[in-house]
Design a protein around this ligand. Structure first.
Ligand code: GCU
Length: 380
């Protein structure tokens, strides 16, 4: 990976002009909820689909949920573990993905739910939880259900093998399309199937549902939550290039670098913007805007310059204008990036930057949970 070529000098960030969230492709000024929801939001979603992430096919013939027992419950005293196989069939072929769910033993529910999209190889082979990264114990103590699936059970994170999952079995026609589904589209599809599962079981309160993911799974979290409005809160953690960070800044990882290192993540059309970020019809602040009026929180780490923390914050600053301009909420991020001290936790939109390296930690989760609780207090 060409990390050594990356720019980390703020004075070398180009002057950029970002596409306007509030002007439609036909030049219409967007100032009402109706115009946003019926015109501009759909345009932006479609531009990201075509140029960046590719399709998320939504059709299938059957979906079946069955429980298996393969792993040991690490918290038998306070949590119920459900290992759910989700089998989806289309055109006579089927694919099974695994969803691991923990429910509090105390209380009757319905329980709000935190779903983590996981991708880390060290958790793939039967290891269910990892302190900090997926804080099951703490989430259960606070009265929440939590679940996780591993990307590998849907689309392998590998340039050679990414199709050896739902792409080969369920949606082979996507492989030949320039805007076809790739790994992130497949993981986002899986988050939707997990939500389908939560929705058919009244033990879950899906009005209070949060989708979280770190890094490459943070990029996926944003794209999944933009497409699936059933999620009430989204937490892309240190999602960087192709996630929260503004692409046109070319700070840290760039579009060319990510497309070269990970050609299976984004749709093929995205490669047209290698070194040409200024030609993109979108930038990532617009993806942030697609989450509204649901709640969105970005998190960065100071030691993670590869993800361009400043670019992540600017995209929150600009994207969250949707809440004030269209939804009449008092959301704002008046501080410049350099002035940020403590986490900015407000209704609808939040941000923190912590010390330390690229990782998902308990410190991140504590702020996520505080933020989610603010949002969910409004829901009776
Ligand atoms: C690489 C990649 C990033 C990604 C990260 C991760 O560093 O360049 O885009 O976010 O891996 O997923 O941990």
């Amino acid at each position: 990976m060409a990390q050594h070529n990356a720019n980390y000098d703020e004075s070398k960030v180009p002057d950029i002009t970002l596409p306007d969230i509030f002007v439609s492709l036909r030049g219409k000024l967007i100032s009402t909820q109706q115009d946003w929801e019926e015109i501009r939001r759909l345009e932006i979603l479609d531009l990201f689909r075509e140029h960046v992430y590719g399709n998320i096919p939504s059709d299938f013939d059957h979906i079946l949920y069955s429980e298996v027992q393969e792993s040991q419950n690490p918290y038998p005293e306070k949590a119920i573990l459900k290992e759910v196989n989700i089998t989806v069939s289309r055109n006579g072929k089927s694919h099974t993905m695994r969803l691991n769910v923990f429910l509090p033993k105390s209380g009757k529910g319905p329980f709000p739910i935190f779903l983590l999209i996981n991708y880390q190889p060290k958790y793939a082979d039967g290891k269910l939880v990892e302190e900090g990264y997926w804080p099951v114990s703490e989430l259960i103590d606070r009265g929440y259900a939590t679940a996780s699936f591993h990307g590998e059970t849907v689309a392998p994170d590998d340039a050679e093998r990414f199709s050896e999952g739902i792409l080969n079995t369920l949606y082979p026609e996507e492989l030949d399309k320039a805007d076809g589904m790739r790994t992130f589209g497949a993981w986002a599809w899986a988050a939707m199937r997990a939500m389908d599962y939560f929705q058919q079981d009244p033990i879950f309160d899906t009005r209070k549902s949060a989708l979280a993911g770190h890094s490459r799974a943070g990029k996926t979290t944003l794209w999944a939550a933009a497409n699936d409005t059933r999620w009430s809160v989204a937490f892309p953690n240190e999602s960087g290039c192709g996630g929260a960070a503004i692409s046109r800044r070319k700070y840290g990882e760039t579009v060319a670098v990510i497309n070269t290192s990970f050609p299976h993540w984004f749709t093929d059309n995205f490669t047209a913007y290698n070194g040409q970020e200024e030609d993109l019809p979108v930038d990532q602040h617009m993806l942030a805007a697609l989450i509204a009026p649901r709640a969105l929180y970005f998190a960065s780490a100071r030691g993670d310059q590869w993800s361009d923390p400043k670019g992540e914050y600017i995209s929150m600053q600009l994207g969250s204008r949707i809440y004030s301009e269209i939804y009449n909420q008092e959301v704002n991020f008046p501080l410049a990036f350099e002035e940020i001290g403590s986490p900015i936790i407000q209704p609808f939109a939040g941000y923190h930057i912590r010390e330390g390296k690229h990782n998902l930690t308990w410190e991140d989760w504590e702020h996520f949970i505080d933020f989610a609780e603010i949002q969910w207090k409004q829901i009776r």
